[in-house]
Ligand binder design. Structure first.
Ligand SMILES: Nc1ncnc2c1ncn2[C@@H]1O[C@H](COP(=O)(O)OP(=O)(O)O)[C@@H](O)[C@H]1O
Ligand SMILES: [Mg+2]
Length: 315
């Protein structure tokens, strides 16, 4: 059973122009997105830069205004309550970013940075608060020495661990992780990803894992949606997407995953070129006249894919 449902989410930004500065058009950053989140599972949201991934994440947590759609959390409609302090939703859903410390006050020591969410959402004595902060540092594998340091004094991997420490401070149910390892070296990426998996198991956390990297998503996610221009091109389980991809755009992204092994690199390059060539010819069939993704159809109870123009005409 899912504990949170996003239904038909739209975030449209008005574009103003002309002499009277009126609304002349909209950016359809998120355009009819529907998702369900399950306890202890990771939902991957993948797409190229500008496809609407971050806007989706921010809209869910309330950092971005929603044009329309509903968010249901534990059976309650929370669409218009997300930034209301006295709401369990705000304690239960936390976010981490590509650069976690960019969301931290650079002039505050880690002790104060980690105290913020605790003061917002928990009612602890100063002594208990300090104990909780030290416990958080232990959870993310850091020592008490971090307490008096400033965010900029840490390495990239440590910064992400601090971001995670702050996110888990008040025992959330879910973390929205927007490109959490994209700024890190490959070896550090693996450490942070494995650490995220460890605390997921330990605390029964759910993730909305946002990434442009289908290789990373494969390692992390149970269910995956591929986003293009604000819409889903394909959505399904890890098996559905990686073993039975149906949309030409999904295939194109899959063929572009870099391969570490030199022996298969040449092969991959050939596959990639063939897929690119097919894409140029076939793509128009998979989008409408404005280049938008067409409606989704069900392939199975888990797997949905956008229709081709021929199918929508037939309907
Ligand atoms: N505040 C805004 N005003 C207008 N357009 C925006 C705003 N924020 C994002 N966009 C546009 O919305 C689209 C989706 O952006 P974003 O969600 O950041 O994509 P992603 O995270 O997938 O790279 C982009 O075309 C972006 O330019
Ligand atoms: Mg983004």
């Amino acid at each position: 059973m899912s504990f949170m449902q996003i239904k038909d989410l739209n975030v449209h930004y008005p574009i103003r122009g002309g002499f009277f500065n009126t609304v002349v058009d909209h950016v359809y950053a998120v355009d009819g997105v529907t998702m369900e989140f399950e306890k202890g599972k990771t939902y991957g949201l993948v797409g190229e830069s500008g496809s609407g991934k971050s806007t989706t994440g921010k809209a869910i947590i309330g950092l971005e205004k929603i044009t329309s759609g509903t968010i249901t959390y534990e059976g309650k409609d929370v669409t218009n309550q997300r930034r209301n302090r006295n709401n369990s939703f705000n304690k239960d859903i936390q976010m981490i970013f590509q650069d976690s410390t960019s969301a931290m006050n650079p002039r505050k020591r880690i002790q104060e940075v980690l105290a913020e969410p605790i003061r917002n959402f928990m009612n602890l004595s100063p002594h208990e608060e300090k104990r909780r902060i030290i416990e958080l540092l232990e959870i993310v594998g850091m020592s008490e020495e971090a307490l008096l340091k400033y965010p900029h004094e840490f390495s990239g991997g440590q910064k992400q661990r601090l971001g995670i420490a702050r996110a888990v401070a008040c025992n959330p149910k879910m973390i929205i992780a927007d490109e959490p390892v994209s700024a890190l070296d490959l070896s550090v990426q693996a450490q942070v990803l494995n650490f995220m998996k460890d605390i997921q198991t330990e605390f029964g956390l759910s993730y909305l894992f946002i990434s442009h990297d289908l290789g990373v998503v494969r390692h992390m996610c149970d269910h995956i949606s591929i986003m293009y221009k604000g819409r889903f091109v394909e959505t399904g389980t890890k098996q559905d997407i990686y073993e039975n991809p149906q949309h030409i755009y999904t295939n194109r992204l899959l063929s572009a995953i870099p391969n570490i092994e030199p022996s298969t690199r040449k092969e991959r390059k050939e596959v990639r070129q063939a897929v690119e060539a097919a894409y140029r010819v076939e793509a128009p069939k998979f989008f409408d006249a404005e280049g938008k993704v067409l409606g989704l159809k069900n392939l199975s109870s888990t797997h949905r894919v956008a229709m081709s123009a021929l199918e929508t005409e037939a309907n």
